[in-house]
Write a protein that binds this ligand. Sequence first.
Ligand code: SF4
Ligand code: SF4
Length: 138
Amino acid sequence: MPEHRIRPHHLLCMAQFAGKGYDQRFARNMAEVKAALERGDSLRIRFACDDLCACCPHHSTAGCALGEGDVAEKDARAAHMLGVAADDAVQWEQVRKRMAALPPGSVERACQSCQWLALGCCGDEVLRRYAQGQSENA
Ligand code: SF4
Ligand code: SF4
């Protein structure tokens, strides 16, 4: 079974993903990775560029062009919230259950400065619909 390298805040991104992304390549890759995880592929937590960053137009050898500091803070908050640590091997279903149990305000706290949050693409309600199995986009 393939193993995907995923940074913590991307767990939240994938759960709320509805087809939009930085460009077509990025969105297609995210859809494929999410579908693979939902089918049972395993994932390993990594606090660095991951399998989603690999297809992102903001990714370079120096890291994330949108700001390494901001991304690291988002990862730290998401990891704490979802109870994952560096190098953990977890199943998507475990993560989904943890997301379903998050208290109100969790997405806003974890993501803060993200443009997709401001655009209304993400938020507690979007995450709740997916994590509790009501998403039309899953
Ligand atoms: S608000 Fe941004 S960082 Fe947070 S889940 Fe959505 S896309 Fe990801
Ligand atoms: S390179 Fe930056 S913007 Fe692109 S997916 Fe990775 S963390 Fe997100």
